[in-house]
Design a protein around this ligand. Structure first.
Ligand code: ACO
Length: 328
């Protein structure tokens, strides 16, 4: 059967590092609190003149190089992001221009933290249908510009990053073996997780700005519970689709939101903790970028090798969730 293989990956982490100690000077928090509750030690912050597409272009170029293809071979550019450069044009069109993918169609995908895994699912279907052969899927965010730097409940949690994957059709038994995505709009609530203003519900006004409604809002404990419930279910769905069990998996890459969520998910799924990838300590929650940045790191460091089975699983605002089972 025809499969969608990941033939190259790339990532970009901005150079600027913001430590928990730096945050102690901005809000009433402590390194100890942040470490204990979240596992985050530091995060990367993009320069003020950088928008999401600038990070995505850098990650995309690296993936193109790793896959040894020409940008002109790319037929579709999908950018999963919750922090687009502009409402429109799409971030993906800026990325298309930046990498010179003149032959592609390009569009954004809105699924919050699940954006990359949604993009992979789409690419998988497009390739299996036979209509497309080479697709660039990116998850990228500049979260620092949608944070309320006076709200300690949220500003300590997030960071900026982009990750990219070239997905190509192959007749070999490898690549995406199973992919599953889901949503539940009953949880579409900007106070649970989201940004209340700036869209057509509450357009920007002096009032929305004065009331700080253009930055992320979150009820952390509820999100925590949802994540620990949904990610194990999503992971199991992909395993069932492929007829595999968790014991077959060489590396689990869960969405990097919080170390305690990651550990709880690992425990519920029943996987050896050594097989769970963690980099939330270095980068914080980079939303749509977390799983692909982690996969890129795992490939480049040799932690995963050809033939290994890797399971990505995520959840995000919407709610949205998904899982991808990949044979490297
Ligand atoms: N520093 C110090 N104290 C803080 C901070 C901070 N940065 N933030 C909150 N507190 C305080 C709270 O005000 C609260 O004080 P109170 O009891 O006097 O009211 C106290 O710490 C404890 O708050 P809890 O909500 O009980 O803390 P909890 O253990 O739940 O940890 C956290 C909070 C880290 C936000 C946790 O709930 C969490 O990680 N939730 C999930 C967040 C998440 O994953 N979000 C994104 C997922 S989807 C996506 O990626 C978009």
């Amino acid at each position: 059967a025809r499969h969608a293989a990941i033939t190259g990956t790339g990532s970009y982490l901005p150079e600027g590092v913001l430590t928990n100690f730096d945050l102690e000077k901005l809000v009433d928090t402590s390194d100890e609190w942040i470490r204990q509750r979240t596992g985050i030690v530091e995060r990367r912050i993009a320069d003020p003149d950088m928008a999401t597409s600038d990070l995505c272009v850098r990650a995309g170029r690296q993936a193109i190089k790793a896959a040894e293809i020409d940008p002109l071979d790319i037929e579709m550019v999908i950018v999963g992001t919750a922090t687009p450069d502009t409402f429109f044009p799409s971030t993906a069109c800026y990325v298309q221009q930046g990498i010179g993918a003149k032959n592609a169609c390009a569009f954004d995908l809105s699924a919050a933290c699940a954006g990359f895994i949604y993009g992979l699912d789409l690419a998988d279907g497009m390739i299996q249908s036979g209509r497309y052969q080479t697709i660039l899927v990116i998850g990228g965010e500049v979260f620092n510009k949608i944070l309320d730097w006076e709200d300690r409940n949220t500003c300590v949690l997030f960071g900026d990053a982009a990750g990219a994957a070239i997905v190509q059709g192959t007749d070999e038994e490898k690549g995406i073996l199973a992919s599953y995505i889901g949503s539940d709009g009953d949880y579409a609530d900007t106070d649970l997780l989201g940004i209340p203003a700036g869209g057509t519900r509450l357009p920007a006004s002096h009032e929305t700005i004065d009331n700080r409604m253009h930055s992320i809002k979150m009820r952390g404990r509820e999100v925590f519970k949802l994540g620990t419930r949904i990610m194990p279910e999503a992971a199991q769905r992909a395993l069932d689709m492929a007829g595999l069990t968790i014991d077959d998996i060489d590396l689990l890459i869960p969405h990097q939101a919080n170390i305690r969520i990651i550990e709880a998910v690992g425990e519920r799924i029943g996987i050896d903790p050594e097989k769970v990838y963690i980099n939330v300590d270095k980068y914080g929650n980079t939303s749509a970028a977390t799983t692909i940045v982690a996969l890129d790191e795992a490939l480049r460091s040799g932690r995963v090798k050809p033939g290994d089975l890797v399971l990505l699983v995520t959840f995000g605002a919407g709610l949205t969730w998904g899982s991808t089972l990949i044979k490297i």
